[in-house]
Design a protein around this ligand. Sequence first.
Ligand SMILES: Nc1ncnc2c1ncn2[C@@H]1O[C@H](COP(=O)(O)OP(=O)(O)OP(=O)(O)O)[C@@H](O)[C@H]1O
Ligand SMILES: [Mg+2]
Length: 292
Amino acid sequence: MKAPPRLQTLVEEGLIDSVVRQLMSGKEAMVFVVRCGDETRCAKIYKEATHRSFRQAVDYTENRKVKNSRSARAMAKGSKFGRQEQEAAWQSAEVDALYRLAAAGVRVPRPYNFFDGVLLMELVTDAHGDAAPRLNDVAFTPAQALQHHATLVAEVVRMLCAGVVHGDLSEFNILLAHVPGEDGAEGVDEPVIIDLPQAVDAAGNNHAQRMLLRDVGNLRDFFGQFAPELLGTEYGPEIWRLYQSGLLSNETPLTGLFDRKLADVDMSAVLREIDDARAEEAARRLRMATPS
Ligand SMILES: Nc1ncnc2c1ncn2[C@@H]1O[C@H](COP(=O)(O)OP(=O)(O)OP(=O)(O)O)[C@@H](O)[C@H]1O
Ligand SMILES: [Mg+2]
């Protein structure tokens, strides 16, 4: 197809050879399948701020730290320069998050370039090499639902350990990619997380907890349709409590249970108590075993 005006510069710069088709026009962006040399990639063109939802604008603006103080003042005043700066910060937030998360081993599309308000990234594909479906477009067996839910909860933990909360995680922003098997073995479907411009810093953002709980709740509600036993789980509060107590790592075992009565307890203090009790018990046994 003919390149739309916003992709024309990228064609002229040689970043894109041709535009294959438009994938989607979402709330915040238009997404195209493009050819770059012998590779097929995905180009995401951000829409103007005025077309974005108010909630996201608030979550985003309230908490974004801007290094340049002239930009910060302009943003606060809402001047034209301020709006332009804010626009640029919003767009590069997705690119920053993609690089940060890819480095942390989170399954996100590989970013290639960010030019003129267009993000060029890996096209996540299905078994035929076409754009992968969103989770929302796929039905799962209970076993598949449990497996993908567990994978995605682990991905949320990995993101949090890298200091990032997605903030808009749902069946609409997760694609089901096909990963081909090696040496002719059958491939597997694996979720890939997309759409990160509203991602926030887990430590420095007042809304991080609320966003994390909502993200994990969305996963539970979606997969719970296929595996109802998930509906009673509370991974979100459990993960956040471990994170706040400094006890969360990629390997931390999770139960999906959360005792609200313990919600305000200092977990590291509890664990220290348990360790002390264990040590005391071991010392007692040793004393008993040692003839005096
Ligand atoms: N890397 C990718 N590979 C394959 N498809 C993609 C990729 N990125 C985006 N898409 C497709 O484009 C759609 C819109 O992308 P994205 O969610 O990032 O933008 P958006 O403007 O926030 O859209 P929405 O309002 O639907 O959430 C996705 O739902 C997905 O179908
Ligand atoms: Mg989206």
